[in-house]
Design a protein. Structure first.
Length: 210
């Protein structure tokens, strides 16, 4: 089944719910290697995005919905994650174009464009202990799932699984981007909060498609 504007709305609503439930945990992760506000930032941004989506016209396209989320995250999230996730959603809208529904191929292009947007904005490479370490394996897994003939829901489930593994894999890494990089070697042994929020958000995307 292809994904429509209702999927985007359900995704962001589910993402707001799960990030809200994990707000304290994300703050704690960020307190260990940053400034302790990542849960707060993402909770605020995603709740504002749910409100913004509710105000879209009934016939809004999926790309219009993704752009609305992007602009809301950029304007409501103060931290580094606001422009990064904002750019991700802005770029995610591009391959969707004017389409009313997102097929598997477009879905993988959407995820890839989101990841590439984060990389071009933040200049992090894989292994730098950032959200890129969740997004990159997610894109690779989504692409492999598409090639294996999976439908959009299964593509997203594969992406979410890989993002969770990518988040786990940030624990031993030494941060080379963002606030955590100020800690140098002392950042090792802690999970990156942005990689964890990415895993939650992609799991929400899969749940909304299933
Ligand atoms: P801030 O660090 O400004 O308080 P947040 O706490 O909301 O912002 O977000 C921190 C997260 O942002 C990090 O855990 C990391 O995943 C991500 N991040 C920070 N800098 C970069 C970057 N240059 N590229 C990719 N992701 C980054
Ligand atoms: Mg922070
Ligand atoms: Mg901050």
């Amino acid at each position: 089944m292809a994904l429509d504007t209702n999927w985007v709305t359900s995704w962001i609503s589910a993402a707001a719910t799960t990030v809200g439930e994990h707000k304290a945990e994300l703050n704690t992760l960020d307190r260990e290697i940053g400034d302790g506000d990542h849960g707060e930032n993402m909770d605020r941004g995603l709740r504002a995005s749910v409100d913004a989506l509710a105000k879209l016209p009934a016939d809004a396209t999926p790309s219009a919905a993704l752009r609305s989320v992007a602009m809301t995250l950029i304007s409501t999230v103060g931290g580094a994650s606001g422009p990064l996730y904002g750019t991700a959603f802005l770029k995610a809208a591009e391959p969707v174009g004017d389409a009313d529904a997102i097929d598997g191929e477009t879905l993988v292009a959407l995820l890839r464009a989101a990841r590439d947007g984060i990389v071009s904005r933040g200049k992090a490479e894989p292994g730098d202990k950032t959200m890129v370490d969740a997004w990159t394996p997610a894109v690779d897994a989504a692409s492999a799932a598409l090639a294996a003939g999976s439908d959009p829901a299964a593509i997203l489930a594969a992406a979410a699984d890989a993002a969770e593994q990518g988040s786990d894999a940030t624990i031993p890494l030494v941060a080379r981007k963002g606030r955590a990089s100020y800690l140098g070697q002392r950042s090792a042994g802690h999970r990156d909060p942005g990689a964890q929020s990415t895993a939650l958000i992609l799991r929400a995307a899969a749940g909304a498609a299933g």
